[in-house]
Write a protein that binds this ligand. Structure first.
Ligand code: NAP
Length: 339
């Protein structure tokens, strides 16, 4: 089977096309023919050697995949051949509270991922794909989709009527926008581009702010919310945005720390920034398989479609990495592998 490999730290130039024999299944494994694999910022971080706990050997990258079960091991009961499935970010985090054991392994970072014609893994590592979505769309649920779900509805405690702030128009933030709109939340989107903000409004953003034009964008968020701030911030910026996100958070609200696209350096926060307004600051990492299953059900009931920026062919994987790295995208970058 054809696949790609990359070693953490080798940079985007380290991506290699390889040919590998298919491996035999153990009793609890399934073989999934991958139809589409979506890309995430973490895949750039992995290539650049900035992803935690990366091995010193090359592996098949990417965590997001959608495909068809083509063979099952003798002990598999969850799936049968022909089932359409998506990967679960952490194969060992089935449900319940997070633990180091449950999150020790994720596809495309500690074990082989989805940038391949097939993936062989435990049947526990997959979830039935949502009805009504094409594989290109369904492949975006395991990382960006479940992270947005966790940030809004689990860690972020958002309820119908809540206000949320979404930073940028990348994969996580646009997933969060689609979920927010479908769940009756009021979303403010911050972006560097007026064009992207117009598109965000067309997708249902209640208000927008250009963070390039307004460097003190937290003041605009406070103005837009009548001085109150938002109930939940999906904080993907990190070093350059976290302190501002906290200021934009309403008393009793939650800043959910998801990412660090502006940098991973230390952030200076006074204790009073949290104490006075009884604000919560909470970090998350993707989500459990149970959260992914909740997201699948919500997608089926609500009919929402993820925002796809661009689809690349399998032989254009290097160009897909370059496209994501250029950071001009609006939504998800996906690689189509088969049909
Ligand atoms: N904790 C987790 O489990 C988890 C899961 C998924 C992702 N993440 C992390 O979350 C972050 C986003 O991931 P992604 O896949 O959505 O990335 P992405 O698709 O590359 O999107 C990044 C977006 O960040 C926005 N941005 C850049 N600088 C900004 C700033 N100063 N203020 C506000 N927005 C800014 C840009 O939006 P505009 O172009 O509109 O300005 C850009 O499109 C990454 O750090 C990633 O590693 C974490």
């Amino acid at each position: 089977m054809k696949a790609y490999q990359i070693k953490a730290g080798d940079g985007l130039a380290g991506l290699r096309s390889i040919e590998r024999p298919s491996t035999d299944l153990t009793a609890n494994q399934v073989r999934v023919r991958i139809a589409a694999a979506a890309m995430n910022y973490r895949d750039l971080s992995f290539a650049n050697g900035q992803f935690h706990n990366s091995p010193g050997h090359p592996l098949v990258p990417l965590v997001d995949g959608c495909g068809e079960v083509v063979e099952v091991g003798s002990g598999v009961t969850r799936f049968k051949s022909g089932n359409k499935v998506i990967t679960s970010y952490y194969p060992r985090w089935i449900d319940g509270a997070i633990s180091p054991l449950k999150t020790a392994v994720s596809f495309g970072a500690q074990v082989d991922g989805t940038l391949a014609e097939e993936v062989v893994a435990s049947d526990e590592a997959f979830v039935t794909a949502p009805l009504g979505l094409a594989p290109i769309e369904a492949s975006t649920l395991p990382c960006a989709g479940v992270t947005a779900w966790n940030a809004l509805f689990v860690a972020g405690s958002a309820k119908p009527g809540s206000s949320v702030l979404l930073l940028g128009t990348g994969g996580v933030s646009l997933w969060a926008l689609m979920l927010a709109k479908a769940a009756g939340l009021s979303a403010i989107v911050a972006s560097s581009s007026d064009d992207k903000l117009e598109r965000a409004r067309a997708l249902g953003a209640a208000a927008t702010v250009n963070y390039r034009v307004m460097p003190e964008w937290q003041d605009e968020v406070l103005r837009l919310t009548g001085g109150a701030g938002v109930d939940t911030v999906v904080e993907v910026g990190g070093e350059g945005t976290l302190a501002r996100s906290l200021k934009a958070t309403a008393p009793g609200g939650t800043t959910v720390v998801v990412g660090r696209v502006t940098g991973s350096g230390p952030v200076s926060i006074e204790p009073g920034a949290l104490i006075g307004g009884a604000k919560r600051l909470v970090g998350i990492t993707a989500g459990s398989r149970a959260m992914l299953e909740q997201l699948v059900r919500f997608v089926e009931v609500s009919g929402i479609r993820p925002v796809i920026d661009r689809v690349f062919r399998f032989d254009e994987a290097a160009a897909a990495y370059g496209h994501l790295a250029a950071s001009q995208h609006f939504g998800k970058t996906v690689i189509e592998i088969g049909s």
